[in-house]
Design a protein around this ligand. Structure first.
Ligand code: ADP
Ligand code: MG
Length: 565
């Protein structure tokens, strides 16, 4: 038999392929399943355009058969198959995509979703195999063929006696090496999990024969029933992605189930958003606002991102570009037919498409949170306790460029009824004579309530925001003012309050002089710890309080001083 050489610098390309295009060996299965799905799509397409042909759904499926004894994994399909010429051209020529050609020849409708386009996916089989066979029979020819290759040094083609149209890809799995475990690809459970991960939404059933056990019929009434094993097909993929379904077909439970199925978290999500966008860039998405932060949420290990699918095939586990940092807690999936992918499908070629999607996602999450804040306060507070800190960080991060957007999502503890309030609620009920939005910082609410200045401001019937987290003051510093009202710490030396009448009597000159002496003495005793000691007309039950001059509050100074220099 004549051994043919791969065309077009194929040897070098093949080497490149196998060793560098993909970082992840396991994707070989995704690529071969995608090809099988394309092959069935092509039959389907032919029947659409040919009145004499019918597409009987039950006849079309993909089957995976791992065989540990032979060290083979076979992926077979009942698709369109390949003629000898097609085998040469599409499998024998690297970077030639029969699928891409098919698409342009047929001038296919947009909703026709063939996955292949680069003509390299097939070769990923060589990442895990030292020999690959393709047995195939075209729907248009009687003769079947067997293509065999052991990698870079070429391939052979010979006739075969396969009976019905379709293809069978037989992978001879490599032996384990010190660095790589190939045996795992022969394990049914591993194959099942790879299908669920990458190919769960392929539209045709992906079957695998599994060995099961049952009670022998004749012993079923016996005292000790006997068991027998038998083989049965399991369908590994769920086929219809929930995001392609219509919103009104789905209830909350279905969305929650999907959340858990995807292992986004063990908690109950607080809300979900189902997007279905049609246009220049069409995509569908399901997004969740979780109920609880994952254990590593506020650590460096946490990685934000959404699952990104291209036509139901997983491209990226965590696409970070789809979420702004301040919404990094959001979980979900995005699926688009219109993404331009690069060869390995590990990266996207154009950020512009991602930016468009992420902008939309950003605005829909904002809408959802706004809606929750306005209509389900209890739920919103639950959300805020879980993720409020992230929104606070978002307010001052990136030089505060998102503060206008985020400030209305923030809640602060307030002296009024000890509840959480928004800045808007605070400002809306401010008495007319109140000049500033007051805040007081401290390690706890009890601590703050003991501050003498808090009593003073409260006595005026002014509300105070209680800041118990270090981050809170940075947030207010960034926002600077809300509804044209500046923030003012109660520890500031200028509270903007009118001095109480009964203390406002002009002191006599002698009194003033005595005061001055006393204050000087006090300063002498306290020393460098304070800048100045002075009198105030505001105190009631307390005799003294600490205040600051200028921008920084006492709590801020403490924080800054405790930071590494
Ligand atoms: P792509 O899928 O991007 O086109 P591949 O390297 O994965 O590139 O496949 C190359 C070509 O080989 C496909 O375009 C298709 O024409 C053909 N092919 C691969 N697998 C099959 C199959 N199971 N059935 C029919 N044709 C196939
Ligand atoms: Mg392919």
């Amino acid at each position: 038999m004549e051994k043919k050489q791969f065309k077009s610098e194929s040897k070098r390309l093949m080497d490149l392929m196998v060793n560098s295009i993909y970082t992840n060996k396991e994707i070989f299965l995704r690529e071969l399943i995608s090809n099988a799905s394309d092959a069935i799509d092509k039959v389907y397409y032919k029947t659409l355009t040919d009145k004499d042909k019918k597409f009987n759904k039950d006849d079309y499926y993909i089957r995976i058969h791992p065989n540990q004894d032979d060290r083979t994994v076979t992926i077979s399909d009942t698709g369109i198959g390949m003629t000898e010429k097609e085998l040469e051209e599409n499998i024998g020529t690297i970077a030639k995509s029969g699928s891409n050609e098919f698409k342009s020849e047929q001038k296919m409708e947009e909703e026709f979703d063939i996955i292949g386009q680069f003509g390299v996916g097939f070769y990923s089989a060589f990442m895990v195999s030292d020999k690959v066979e393709v047995e195939t029979k075209s729907i248009d020819e009687d003769q079947a063929y067997l293509w065999t290759s052991e990698g870079a040094d070429g391939y052979t083609i010979e006739p075969s006696d396969m009976k019905s149209h379709g293809s069978k890809i037989i992978l001879h799995i490599k032996e384990n090496t010190d660095d790589n475990n190939y045996d795992e690809y022969l394990e049914p459970y591993r194959i099942r999990s790879l299908v669920e991960k990458y190919s769960n939404y392929i539209r045709y059933p992906i079957k695998m024969v599994v060995e099961k056990s049952r009670v022998k019929e004749e012993t079923k009434d016996a005292e000790k029933p006997e068991y027998e094993s038998y083989l049965e097909d399991d369908v590994l993929n769920s086929m219809v992605p929930i995001w392609r379904k219509n919103k009104n077909e789905l209830n909350d439970e279905a969305y929650d189930n999907f959340y858990h199925e995807k292992r986004f978290g063990y908690d109950e999500p607080l809300a979900h958003i189902h997007l279905s966008i049609e246009g220049m860039l069409s995509y569908k998405a399901i997004l969740y606002i979780p109920g609880q932060p994952p254990f590593d949420y506020y650590t460096r290990d946490y990685e934000k991102g959404l699952e990104l699918y291209s036509n139901g095939v997983l491209i990226m586990d965590k696409c970070g570009e789809l979420l702004p940092d301040y919404f990094s807690f959001v979980k979900g999936v995005v699926d688009s037919e219109d993404l331009s992918l690069n060869i390995s499908r590990e990266m996207l070629q154009q950020d512009r498409q991602l930016r468009l999607i992420s902008r939309k996602i950003d605005s829909r999450i904002s809408e959802e949170l706004k809606n929750m804040l306005e209509n389900d306060r209890e739920k919103y507070e639950e959300f805020f306790l879980a993720f409020g800190n992230q929104l606070k960080v978002g307010t001052y991060d990136s030089w505060g460029q998102n503060k206008d957007k985020l400030q209305d999502f923030l809640l602060f503890y307030s002296s009024k009824e000890g509840k959480l309030v928004t800045l808007k609620e605070y400002v809306d009920r401010m008495p007319e004579d109140q000049k500033y939005i007051y805040f007081a910082s401290g390690s706890s609410v009890e601590h703050i309530e003991k501050l003498p200045q808090v009593t003073i401001v409260k006595d005026k019937n002014y509300e105070i925001l209680y800041l118990t987290e270090t981050i809170d003051e940075f947030v207010l510093q960034t926002i600077r003012q809300y509804a044209e009202k500046e923030f003012r710490s109660v520890s500031s030396d200028n509270l903007g309050l009118e001095a109480p009448k009964e203390n406002a009597d002009e002191p006599t000159a002698a009194e003033t002089e005595a005061d001055e002496k006393l204050l000087e003495k006090m300063k002498e005793i306290i020393g460098e710890e304070v800048v100045r000691v002075k009198t105030t007309g505001h105190l009631k039950d307390d005799v003294v309080y600490l205040s600051t001059e200028g921008e920084l509050t006492i709590e801020m100074e403490k924080t800054l001083n405790s930071m590494p220099q």
